[in-house]
Write a protein that binds this ligand. Structure first.
Ligand code: CO
Length: 170
């Protein structure tokens, strides 16, 4: 299975709201298999469709994070149906490599969506997994984790990212 190219935060597709998936066909299934492989190859724990240049409303995520075992799942047309308690924690993103920041997130979330067979799925998550769900949901709405920071902090991280990008390209 081919690895997919992960776009970085300068790509406008990451600002696009992903579109509802109405039809789960073979090409979509193959896409999600490639996304899972790409996620692990990049040492990530979640990957949203627009990060690999698509606008389908879905992400892949490793729900085994807290158990320290691999348990990748695909969630289509996901929604957060409940969230509770706020907590600060460090966050990074495969589309903003090497940049990390403390972000406030709900400590508990409930997420509903559909699996690849079109069956409804529901996940209750807390801690790091809850954070990962919220991070991927942001992507699907055209958001990035640093949108949750002040403009000054975000601009500082953006400059840092662009500097690193330049270093990589020279
Ligand atoms: Co991300």
């Amino acid at each position: 299975m081919p690895l997919l190219n992960i776009v970085n935060c300068l790509d406008p597709i990451l600002r696009k709201k992903c579109q509802r998936v109405d039809n789960i066909d073979d090409s979509l299934i193959t896409l999600t298999e490639d996304m899972i492989e790409t996620m692990y190859d990049s040492s990530g724990l979640g990957l949203a469709a627009n990060q690999i240049g698509r606008t389908s409303d879905l992400f892949v995520i490793d729900v085994g994070i807290e158990q320290e075992k691999r348990d990748p799942v695909v969630i289509i047309n996901p929604v957060i149906t409940a969230s509770e308690d706020e907590v600060m924690g460090e966050e990074g993103c495969l589309s903003i490599p090497d940049i990390f920041a403390e972000i406030k997130r709900a400590q508990h979330v409930e997420v509903k969506g559909y699996d690849l067979r079109g069956n409804e799925v529901r996940y209750e998550a807390e801690g790091f997994l809850a954070r990962a769900f919220q991070h991927e949901m942001d992507h699907l709405k055209g958001g990035l984790f640093w949108d949750n920071l002040s403009k000054a902090k975000r601009d500082m991280l953006k400059r840092k990212f662009k500097k690193k990008l330049k270093e990589l390209q020279t």
